[in-house]
Design a protein around this ligand. Structure first.
Ligand SMILES: [Zn+2]
Length: 121
């Protein structure tokens, strides 16, 4: 089988660790937020809290995608385009390790998503 990246599992596991780190850091920051100051402090704390929460949610989503990629890797399907089954070029995988489609298919999907749905059911 063609080797698409030097070691995709390493790359994926490293991103996974980084995401876990980010979650831990956000949790710590959440714990240290102070909601007891004056109005300005509290408003700042609420803003920080929603930013931290969305960062944690994003990191969890990233971990889910990384786990899915690890699953694909285990089945020997990692790096194959979900739509056309062709290998995703390694340059693209290096830039986007979680790319599920080759650039051509991804562009089509994005164009479809960007075009307002006009068809009659
Ligand atoms: Zn494709």
């Amino acid at each position: 089988m063609m080797q698409l990246l030097d070691n995709p599992a390493d790359t994926i596991l490293r991103s996974r660790e980084a995401a876990l780190d980010r979650i831990a850091r956000c949790r710590d920051a959440l714990m240290s937020l102070d909601f007891h100051g004056d109005f300005g402090d509290r408003t700042g704390a609420f803003t920080d809290r929603s930013r931290l929460v969305s960062e944690i949610v994003a990191a969890h989503e990233q971990i889910e995608q990384l786990d899915a990629a690890l699953g694909q890797l285990a089945r020997g399907l990692y790096g194959l385009c979900e739509d056309c089954g062709q290998p995703v070029p390694s340059a693209r995988l290096l830039a986007v390790p979680l790319a599920k489609r080759c650039l051509a298919c991804q562009t089509q999907v994005e164009q479809r998503a960007a075009t307002p749905r006009m068809e009659v059911p």
